[in-house]
Design a protein. Structure first.
Length: 217
């Protein structure tokens, strides 16, 4: 597992916790998984330098393995091995037709993720377990974001409208626009989130000039 940089800890994926909402209305921030004391929340699992990408788009490949060791044996230079949602994963940023050198259970290809050719990127991964009604701060990313959801639903509002993520329907958000996330439906949301961000910039910054219209209520 790769060391998570302090900037990612401080700025990535602000989530409103039930306790904070009840007590002060304030926002928590995604914390390193080593600090996890409860299931509910947003947890930074890993960050990996992907390097320079020359193509205009790439894909997020999710392959599950019986153990972390097995996933590590299959890992390539643009792969990250991590534990999330009760499984051992190899997460890889590559072209669409890429496959690992040792086959596991190929779960999904999510993309295309639109990037700027010639730029260096880093992949930041988080595990989110949120109950209906929990929301994020208004924020934006320095690269595309994608969600792989196994349970529950997420509604993301941007100036262009809404994007819905649910099991079987991965969601992708391009770099740039401000956004506001809400866990919707009646089931606890369980998801792995990728921010494929500019390696020279913070993955996430809070946005104070745009106000959501409440389209996800």
């Amino acid at each position: 597992m790769r060391r998570v940089r302090a900037v990612a800890v401080a700025l990535t994926c602000s989530i409103l916790s039930s306790a904070a909402s009840a007590q002060s209305g304030g926002f928590g921030v995604c914390k390193p998984v080593a600090q996890r004391t409860q299931e509910i929340g947003c947890w930074i699992i890993a960050e990996h330098a992907v390097g320079r990408i020359e193509a205009p788009n790439v894909y997020w490949h999710l392959d599950a393995y019986p153990s972390m060791a097995a996933a590590e044996r299959a890992r390539g230079p643009r792969g990250t091995v991590l534990r999330a949602l009760g499984r051992s994963w190899l997460m890889t940023i590559e072209r669409q037709d890429w496959r690992p050198k040792r086959e596991g259970e190929h779960v999904a290809d999510i993309g295309p993720l639109v990037v700027k050719p010639g730029r260096s990127y880093a992949a930041l991964f988080m595990e989110a377990v949120t109950t209906p009604g929990m929301t994020s701060a208004v924020h934006r990313h320095s690269g595309p974001e994608a969600w792989y959801t196994t349970a529950g639903e997420t509604c993301l509002e941007t100036p262009s409208g809404t994007i819905i993520g649910r099991a079987g329907a991965p969601a992708i958000v391009p770099e740039g626009p401000p956004m506001y996330l809400t866990a919707i439906g009646s089931e606890t949301r369980r998801a792995i989130t990728l921010i494929l961000h500019d390696a020279k910039r913070a993955p996430t910054t809070e946005e104070h000039d745009w106000k959501p219209k409440g389209l996800c209520k």
